[in-house]
Ligand binder design. Structure first.
Ligand SMILES: *[C@@H]1O[C@H](CO)[C@@H](O)[C@H](O)[C@H]1NC(C)=O
Ligand SMILES: *[C@@H]1O[C@H](CO)[C@@H](O)[C@H](O)[C@H]1NC(C)=O
Ligand SMILES: *[C@@H]1O[C@H](CO)[C@@H](O)[C@H](O)[C@H]1NC(C)=O
Ligand SMILES: *[C@@H]1O[C@H](CO)[C@@H](O)[C@H](O)[C@H]1NC(C)=O
Ligand SMILES: *[C@@H]1O[C@H](CO)[C@@H](O)[C@H](O)[C@H]1NC(C)=O
Ligand SMILES: *[C@@H]1O[C@H](CO)[C@@H](O)[C@H](O)[C@H]1NC(C)=O
Length: 383
C-alpha cells in the first residue's frame, strides 16, 4: 500500500509540475487576440503589451483592437487586420479594416521600413471612368472606390497598350502591387528565416535577448506522429520516463487519463502550426507556352452550369457569367475556374493564377496523374 501511496504522490507531483517543465522548454507561449478568427501569434511576431520584446523580432509587433482583431501597423501605411499567418510559408495575410484595400493602395501604400514584401507583385494602373463606361475584358471594377457618376477600374499595366481602356477613362496612378482581386493581401518575409525550424516542428526564437540571431528549440525527436503537443511530450519524457514505468502498473489508467486530459486542455492551439494556404514562392517572369496551357484541366459546362464551387458563376477575367456548353479551365493547385479562352490569354502572358497568384508547380505537370487528368475533357453535371 505504501508503494501505491508514493506512486500517487509522485503523479500528483508530476501533474502539478508538468506545466512548468513544459513551459520552461517553450521560449514564449503562443498568444492570440482572443477572437474566434484570431490567428495564433508566435515568433517572429509578438503581441505588443502582452509579450516581452524578446518574444518577437523587430518589425513584427502586432496588437489587438477592441474587437479582438489582430492588427499589423506598417510604418508608412497604417493599420491592417491580420487574417492569417502562415509560419511555414512565412506569409501574413492582411485586409483593410474599412474593406477597401485598393483605396489604401491609392493612398500611397508603401512597405518601406517593414520586413515585408509583396508576393509576386505586378504593375497595376488605376483608371477613373464615367459610370457608363462598358465593362471590359481584363479591366476590373473597384466598387468600393466607385461612385454614382464614376467608376474606378484597374488593370495590369501590361495590358494598357494591347487593350486600351474605355474612352471615358482617365488614368489615376500606377503602382507595383499584388493582384488586387485576391483578398486578403499576402505579404511575405525572408528575415528571420524560421522555415526550416517550423518544418521540423521546433520553436523558432531569438538566441538571447540581446541577439537577433535565431535558433530552433524543442525540436521533437519524431514530429510526424500526432497526439500530444511536443512540449508536453518532452516534459513527459524527462519527468515521467523511468520512475513512471515503475508506477504505471498500479495507476496508469486513471492518472494517465488525467495527464492527457489536462495537457490537451492546456495546449489547444499548438497544432495550428499553419493555415491551409499553400504558398508558392516561385515567380515566373514570363507566360506559359501553348502545350503547357493545354495540359491544364478543362471542363465542359453541362446544362445545369453547376460548378464544383457553386458560388463562382462568373468568370473573374472577362466578368461574364458561365453559360452551358462553355469550356472552363482550372489551374493546377489553385482550384479557380475561368473561361478557357479568357485564362489562356492570361496564361500566355503571366504564369500565375490571376486570382490567387499561385504558380502552377512545373513538377505537377509531368506526373502521370496530372497529365492524364489534363488530357481528358470532363463534363460536369448534366442533370
Ligand atoms: C473601438 O475603438 C474605436 C477607436 O479606436 C472606437 O471608435 C470604437 O467605438 C470602439 N468600439 C467599441 C466597440 O468599443
Ligand atoms: C515610403 O514613404 C516614406 C514616407 O512618406 C518615404 O520616405 C519613402 O521614400 C517611401 N518609400 C517608397 C519606396 O516609396
Ligand atoms: C513595373 O514597372 C517598372 C517601370 O516601368 C519596371 O521597371 C518594372 O520592371 C515593372 N515591374 C514588373 C513586375 O512588371
Ligand atoms: C473620379 O472622378 C470623379 C469625378 O469625375 C471624382 O469625384 C472622384 O473622386 C474620382 N475618384 C478617384 C478615386 O480618383
Ligand atoms: C457616357 O457619359 C458621358 C458623360 O458622363 C457622355 O459624354 C458620353 O457620351 C456617355 N457615353 C455613352 C457611350 O453613353
Ligand atoms: C547572444 O547570442 C549571440 C549569438 O548567438 C552571442 O554572440 C552573445 O554572446 C549572446 N549574448 C549573451 C548575453 O548571451
Amino acid at each position: 500500500m505504501a508503494s501505491f501511496q508514493s506512486c500517487f504522490f509522485f503523479f500528483i507531483f508530476i501533474w502539478i509540475f508538468l506545466p512548468q517543465i513544459a513551459s520552461s522548454t517553450t521560449i514564449c507561449k503562443t498568444s492570440s487576440c482572443g477572437g474566434s478568427q484570431s490567428p495564433p501569434v508566435r515568433f517572429p511576431f509578438r503581441l505588443k503589451g502582452y509579450q516581452p520584446k524578446s518574444c518577437g523580432y523587430p518589425g513584427f509587433d502586432l496588437s489587438c483592437n477592441n474587437q479582438s482583431q489582430t492588427i499589423l501597423t506598417l510604418p508608412y501605411s497604417g493599420d491592417f487586420v491580420v487574417e492569417g499567418i502562415d509560419y511555414l510559408g512565412q506569409s501574413i495575410y492582411i485586409s483593410d479594416p474599412n474593406h477597401c484595400f485598393p483605396k489604401r493602395f491609392l493612398d500611397n501604400f508603401n512597405l518601406s521600413n517593414s520586413p515585408f514584401q509583396f508576393e509576386a507583385p505586378g504593375n497595376f494602373t488605376f483608371f477613373n471612368c464615367s459610370s457608363n463606361a462598358t465593362m471590359m475584358y481584363l479591366y476590373w471594377p473597384i466598387y468600393c472606390l466607385s461612385g454614382d457618376d464614376y467608376k474606378v477600374l484597374v488593370t495590369s499595366t501590361f495590358y494598357t497598350d494591347i487593350l486600351p481602356p474605355p474612352a471615358s477613362c482617365r488614368m489615376i496612378s500606377t503602382a507595383l502591387l499584388p493582384f488586387l482581386q485576391s483578398q486578403p493581401v499576402q505579404l511575405i518575409w525572408d528575415v528571420p528565416n524560421c522555415q526550416g525550424c517550423a518544418g521540423s516542428g521546433g520553436d523558432c526564437a531569438r538566441e538571447n535577448d540581446s541577439s537577433l540571431e535565431v535558433g530552433c528549440f524543442n525540436i521533437p525527436s519524431n514530429h510526424n506522429n500526432g497526439g500530444l503537443p511536443r512540449s508536453v511530450k518532452y516534459g513527459v519524457a524527462i519527468g515521467v520516463g523511468i520512475p513512471g514505468i515503475v508506477c504505471i502498473i498500479g495507476l496508469t489508467c486513471y492518472l494517465c487519463g488525467l495527464v492527457r486530459v489536462y495537457s490537451r486542455r492546456r495546449h489547444p492551439n499548438t497544432e495550428l502550426s499553419s493555415i491551409s494556404i499553400t504558398p508558392q514562392r516561385t515567380m515566373f517572369a514570363t507566360g506559359l507556352d501553348g502545350p503547357t496551357i493545354e495540359s491544364y484541366p478543362k471542363t465542359l459546362l453541362g446544362e445545369s452550369r453547376r460548378l464544383p464551387k457553386p458560388n463562382d458563376n462568373t468568370c473573374p477575367i472577362c466578368l461574364s457569367e458561365y453559360q452551358p456548353k462553355e469550356e472552363l479551365r482550372t489551374i493546377p493547385d489553385c482550384n479557380h475556374y475561368f473561361h478557357a479562352n479568357c485564362v489562356d490569354e492570361w496564361l500566355k502572358m503571366n504564369a500565375t493564377c490571376p486570382l490567387c497568384r499561385n504558380s502552377p508547380d512545373g513538377s505537377v505537370l509531368v506526373t502521370p496523374s496530372a497529365s492524364s487528368s489534363s488530357s481528358s475533357l470532363s463534363t460536369v453535371s448534366i442533370i
